[in-house]
Design a protein around this ligand. Structure first.
Ligand SMILES: NC(=O)c1ccc[n+]([C@@H]2O[C@H](COP(=O)([O-])OP(=O)(O)OC[C@H]3O[C@@H](n4cnc5c(N)ncnc54)[C@H](O)[C@@H]3O)[C@@H](O)[C@H]2O)c1
Length: 367
């Protein structure tokens, strides 16, 4: 009897919920959803704009005894919201200072572990985009030297020169195509000769083809993309992994995959890119398992849609609106949004992390 009554009550509640009611938005799609708050009306009339914030701090007395008489009262000024100054913001963004040894020594142990003080870092695809910004972040976070590997001679040279000028760190550029195993081996050996064995590889070189239907995909294009994104990741990891093993050095290999390795993007067809990145993720896991015995960690960063040259093509403008609408944060990732994760994975702070694939996508894959 009780069960019947319970199900009757539930049916009644569901029926009430499904009836359109005044003040309740009936959402048939994400776009039609209306924000709903029970406290918004009351809160509106209570908005207070302080010019200073009163603060009370209770501290124990000299004998360590808690006392309400020893409270310290003071006010902190409230600055009006800063007016936007895009040029100033851009200049600030562009300025970067490498971590100095003196500052490093004063840092708490946890922060020291999160730096990459004294490490030799190779970044592929470092001539521009995400790779370039991760190279800068590594320089800021204490790298001893940075080697940029990229197929683009002009941009690569420019980026290396800029990074060196801004940081005064040893920076080198190697014109290397990640499909070219012999060139990679020669370049990695040269990095060893110049700076010592690499501690970190960030493999960001990659290309994307999209809006190509599988039924008309040119097999030669398909092979080329797999060759760069997947085989290139393998060749780079193999060469750098060998150099780490030869030096008996622990190392961190970071492969830039994509959320496309775990989901199928919408609305564009891009089977080859998605397959290549799924391959990179599985390659990363396999290498992590094999090379743990050498103290070499291998992890993947899987970005969502990022605002880089790769996506800054007029043909993608309409789709970008859809991508943003499907991303809870409502934006594409900024070109430096991978920096923190990259430094963390490169650092000893992530020492127990290997074989992970970290998705960093503004929430895209939540839906
Ligand atoms: N931008 C995004 O939305 C996005 C999203 C997910 C994953 N990714 C991945 O992030 C990585 C970087 O993307 P990005 O947006 O900075 O791209 P980007 O085109 O701005 O930069 C890629 C860099 O890789 C270099 N490169 C390309 N092919 C190469 C090759 N064969 N050998 C050596 N260097 C080569 C290019 O010269 C370029 O400097 C790629 O692997 C990409 O698949 C990007």
């Amino acid at each position: 009897m009780a069960a019947v009554a319970r199900s009757a009550r539930l049916a009644h509640r569901l029926a009430a919920l499904s009836r359109p009611a005044v003040g309740r938005a009936v959402a048939s799609s994400v776009a039609q959803r209306t924000a709903f708050s029970v406290s918004a009306g009351r809160m509106k009339s209570e908005v207070i704009k302080e010019t200073e914030v009163p603060v009370t701090v209770y501290s124990p007395d000299a004998k360590g005894v808690a006392s309400s008489n020893s409270a310290d009262h003071f006010s902190i000024p409230v600055k009006p919201a800063a007016t936007s100054a895009p040029e100033a913001a851009a200049a600030e963004e562009d300025a970067f200072t490498p971590l100095q040894e003196k500052v490093y020594r004063q840092m708490p142990r946890t922060m020291q572990k999160m730096s990459i003080m004294g490490k030799v870092v190779i970044v592929t695809g470092g001539a521009r985009g995400l790779g370039n910004h991760m190279a800068r972040a590594c320089a800021e976070a204490g790298a001893k030297a940075i080697a940029i590997f990229d197929a683009n001679q002009e941009l690569g040279d420019e980026s290396a020169a800029e990074l060196h000028q801004k940081t005064r760190l040893p920076v080198s550029f190697f014109k290397v195509d990640v499909r070219d195993g012999n060139a990679i081996n020669a370049a990695v050996q040269n990095v060893v000769d110049l700076y010592g064995a690499p501690d970190v590889l960030v493999n960001s070189a990659g290309i994307a083809d999209s809006n190509i239907k599988a039924e008309t995909y040119d097999p030669a294009m398909f092979r080329r993309l797999i060759d760069i994104n997947l085989n290139g990741s393998f060749l780079m990891a193999q060469a750098v992994g060998r150099a780490m093993m030869a030096a008996g050095k622990p190392g961190s290999i970071i492969l830039v995959a994509s959320m496309s390795g775990s989901i199928v993007n919408y609305p564009q067809e891009q089977s080859c890119y998605n397959a290549s990145k799924a391959g990179v993720i599985q390659l990363g896991k396999s290498l992590a398992a094999e090379w743990a015995k050498y103290n070499i960690r291998v992890n993947c960063i899987s970005p969502g849609y990022m605002d880089t040259a790769l996506n800054r093509v007029p043909a993608l403008d309409a789709q970008k609106k859809i991508w943003k609408s499907l991303t809870p944060q409502g934006r594409l990732g900024a070109v430096d949004d991978l920096n923190g994760l990259c430094v963390f994975l490169a650092s000893d702070a992530s020492g127990f992390m290997t074989g992970s694939n970290v998705i960093i996508d503004g929430g895209y894959t939540l839906y």
